[in-house]
Ligand binder design. Structure first.
Ligand SMILES: [Zn+2]
Length: 396
């Protein structure tokens, strides 16, 4: 069960208001940045047709939201700060980013959001109003925040003030809650505890937001991060308003409606698991297909190689067979040729030679002629020369 804080434990947040001379230009800025900011003013006029409202006060009721397309703001600290503390504060500011399209980025100086830890109280200007704060002056104050501050205070205060910077007003200023506050008791209470004068209490606590201007929820959310604790002593019904301690479900829904997350991010949040599964399946199928292809290729390669080897082997065998056949034919042919070409002559050494020693072509022919010449010479010597020698001798 939630424990009710005592006044000493709670520092009330005062939603900072610009100086009166800035009210109209600031409302013009707000409408220029997000034309929908004007709708609240229009609806407020409709709701209070019998009441004459000064233009400056109407300007004050202009919404101060950033463009619905998203918020991206730089943040710097006015004083030197422990980097760990800066990181811790930024992490709580960015706790909104999981529910809406908003982002806070720390810069060394001159941020759009300028935080001081030395000023009095916890406060922030509302939304686009921070653009009307002079350079070097704080747009948000977190009095005394340090690494020793309880984590629950980071949730309750830093996230609350960041809500103001995002343009979210106090939830407790909805008429449903304001109507329960005793104005006299409230003025006395806030004067005593926060030093607020009557006007400040009227602006911060007793001026209701018009319900018709609020599209977010049908009823005030007493546990909203934007609703702070109101003591039972200032309530007509004697029941304290608990106040929010963290961004609750309604706040998440509301922030997401004002600054919708990009479709991509929504897709990532809700469909990524499904997409990832499909991607993994596709990837696996691709790998399987590749492996299958590689197996087929490998099989084909081996079969092709085997086929080629078989063919080469066959060709080799055929060549060998062909060679052997040729050699046999050549051998046979040579055996028949020798007797035809070379006449048998026992006096010629050529005849006695083996086939392997037989001279080929011209040499063989010369050898044959020499044989013939030798035979003729022998014939002449034996039959003619004796007669020739006789005649010659008789003539001498
Ligand atoms: Zn506040």
């Amino acid at each position: 069960m939630k424990t009710t804080p005592t006044p000493a434990e709670v520092i009330a947040c005062s939603l900072k208001m610009l100086p009166e001379d800035q009210w109209i230009p600031a409302s013009e800025t707000a409408i220029r940045i997000n034309p929908a900011n004007k709708a609240h003013l229009h609806q407020f006029r409709q709701a209070f047709t019998d009441t004459v409202i000064p233009p400056a006060h109407l300007a004050l009721l202009t919404a101060k939201r950033w463009p619905s397309t998203g918020v991206s703001l730089t943040v710097s600290f006015l004083e030197a700060i422990d980097p760990a503390l800066a990181t811790r504060i930024l992490s709580h500011m960015n706790s909104w980013t999981q529910y809406c399209n908003a982002k806070f980025t720390q810069v060394s100086a001159n941020g759009q959001v300028r935080i001081s830890l030395l000023g009095n109280g916890y406060w922030s200007y509302l939304g686009t109003d921070i653009l009307h704060i002079a350079a070097g002056q704080a747009t948000m104050n977190l009095q005394g925040f340090s690494m020793a501050t309880a984590e629950s205070e980071y949730h309750r205060v830093v996230r609350h003030e960041t809500g103001h910077t995002l343009g979210f007003p106090h939830e407790h200023t909805r008429s449903e809650i304001v109507n329960r506050i005793d104005p006299v008791k409230a003025k006395a209470y806030f004067l005593a505890n926060d030093g607020w004068d009557a006007n400040m209490v009227t602006a911060q606590v007793l001026t209701p937001l018009n319900d018709s201007a609020l599209i977010e929820t049908a009823h005030a959310d007493p546990n909203s991060i934007m609703c702070y604790w109101l003591p039972a002593s200032i309530m007509k019904d004697g029941i304290a308003v608990a106040g929010g301690t963290d961004i609750d479900a309604q706040d998440q829904q509301f922030a997401g409606m004002v600054y919708p997350l990009p479709p991509k991010q929504l897709l990532k949040d809700h469909k990524d698991v499904k997409l990832e599964k499909v991607e993994i399946k596709e990837k696996n199928e691709k790998i399987e297909h590749k492996e299958k292809l590689e197996k087929i290729e490998h099989k084909e390669k081996i079969e092709h190689k085997e086929k080629i080897e078989k063919l080469e082997h066959k060709e080799k065998i055929e060549k060998l067979e062909h060679k052997e056949k040729n050699e046999i034919i050549e051998h046979k042919t040579f055996d028949h040729k020798i007797p035809d070409i070379i006449p048998v002559n026992p006096n010629n050494p050529v005849v006695g030679a083996t086939s392997s020693q037989v001279p080929s072509g011209l040499e063989q022919r010369v050898s044959e002629l020499e044989t013939v010449v030798t035979s003729l010479t022998a014939f002449i010597d034996s039959s003619l020369r004796p007669n020739l020698s006789k005649g010659a001798l008789s003539n001498e």
